[in-house]
Design a protein around this ligand. Structure first.
Ligand SMILES: *Cc1c(COP(=O)(O)O)cnc(C)c1O
Length: 433
């Protein structure tokens, strides 16, 4: 469920008509619902209530400071993948002691910074990384808390660019090697073995792959936990969201509808996994990113031109792949609706941005109500892997972001000034003389 719906024919975020935000702050504009972030967090938190657990929001999905603060206030920890992300968490008022550090390429500098800040665990992805963390911890006179990421070799049946849990992926350590790696890690004296971790992929819309992975790794966790005095088992993130009927999924009874019967939701996730995990008596961590932020944001764009070629109706908008790269990168689907509910005849349209790339599109051959110059469109479910993947390609400034809470809205990131795009670039003297 989310907080984007039509009220008197105008698309609202919570109680704010999005048009009023667009008139004030311009387009392209990301608009986020604070209530949706915290509701999604709470839903998952409650569903896991029977377990000793901690949600560590994966901030790579959406790391705006205001979003992080919303989740800090809800009690979230964080899954970080860089020093920058840890600094963001701290800047937002989050607690490093609730942070886990993931990723295959942690640099010495990043490890040192995270150790000094006292993070909860490094989720280690190779033996070389174990050795490096041990060495840096020794230098600092600290014990580094670690978990090893097990690759369970389970196919998550998701898009190739977001599947992580098979041996064809760069992530984790093979299931069969885990016990010997723990034995070796236990001999490194500057490490504290704290947990076991896995993450099999993103945008999973069925519970079965999670169930398979947990069932496969559970006996391993059961053996390792007493042997090394482990505290936690992290089952990763990856819970998928609804993209293709995103507007409907905002209604409170959506989960009960027949078309949603087979979709993953927190209740089903918990009903399947909690009974498996409960007997383990470890703290259970989960690292959802998309589930919390995906349906919490939209990207609003203005129609600049409508162009009919012999074959197609092109709707050319002022947002582009530099603002939201998901369609180009993952072939992903975003539902597109006008800010003002339209009764106009639907026609097959391609919604495209102004960038000189054929990949710069948001929808192809999509039935959309006829629109014209100056109309506004909302791309739904843009709260995860949206703004965070934005770039300055074509020297386009980064979009502004607005957070709505009830009947209030605030800019939580200013639109980037164009001068700022090249402000750190330099022309060497020899070119000027
Ligand atoms: C990306 C990632 C997540 C979050 O994935 P979502 O699909 O957004 O829930 C969690 N854990 C790890 C290790 C990740 O790399």
């Amino acid at each position: 469920m989310h907080e984007f719906r039509y009220v008197n024919g105008e698309l609202n975020c919570e109680q704010v008509p999005i048009r009023s935000l667009v008139e004030k702050y311009g387009t392209p504009l990301y608009v986020y619902s604070q209530k949706t972030f915290s509701d999604h967090f709470k839903k998952l938190d409650q569903a896991l209530g029977a377990l000793d657990h901690q949600i560590c929001y994966a901030l790579k999905a959406n790391s705006n400071l205001a979003v992080l603060r919303t989740l800090v206030n809800a009690g979230s920890g964080f899954d970080i993948v860089s020093e920058g992300e840890l600094r963001r968490v701290i800047a937002a008022g989050g607690n490093p002691k609730l942070c886990v550090f993931a990723g295959v390429g942690k640099t010495a500098r990043e490890i040192e910074f995270a150790l000094k800040k006292g993070i909860y665990s490094f989720n280690v992805e190779s033996e070389a990384e174990l050795v490096r963390i041990n060495q840096i911890a020794g230098k600092l006179g600290k014990k580094a808390p670690i978990a090893i990421r097990v690759n369970p070799n389970i196919d998550a049946h998701t898009h190739a660019k977001i599947t992580t849990g098979t041996y064809a992926n760069k992530f984790g350590i093979a299931f069969e090697e885990i016990e010997s790696i723990y034995a070796r890690a236990a001999k490194l004296k500057n490490l504290k073995l704290r947990g076991l971790q896995m993450h099999i992929g993103s945008q999973l819309t069925e519970v079965e792959p999670f169930e398979q992975a947990v069932k496969k790794v559970l006996p391993l966790a059961t053996r390792l936990a007493p042997k090394y005095n482990l505290e936690f088992f992290s089952i990763g993130g990856g819970l998928g969201i609804i993209y293709d009927n995103a507007l409907a999924s905002g209604s409170s009874d959506w989960w009960q509808k027949p078309e949603a019967k087979n979709l993953l939701n927190p209740e089903k996730y918990a009903a399947t996994l909690v009974p498996l995990l409960k007997p383990l008596s470890l703290k259970i961590l989960i690292e959802p990113g998309r589930f919390i932020s995906g349906n919490s944001g939209v990207l609003v764009t203005r129609v600049e031109y409508v162009k009919q070629t012999g074959k197609k109706n092109f709707v050319i908008v002022d947002a582009a792949m530099n603002d939201l790269i998901r369609p180009a990168f993952y072939d992903s689907f975003h539902q597109i609706i006008p800010l003002r509910k339209s009764k106009a005849k639907e026609i097959s349209s391609d919604v495209v941005g102004p960038i000189c790339e054929s990949g710069d599109f948001f929808a192809k051959d999509r039935m959309l109500p006829k629109v014209g110059e100056g109309d506004f469109l909302a791309l739904l479910s843009a709260g995860a892997y949206g703004f965070v993947m934005a770039s300055n390609y074509n020297s386009r400034g980064l979009a502004a972001e607005v957070l709505v809470n009830g009947n209030k809205g605030a800019v939580v990131r200013e639109r980037q000034n164009l001068d700022d795009i090249w402000s750190s670039e330099r022309i060497p003297k020899w070119l000027i003389a």
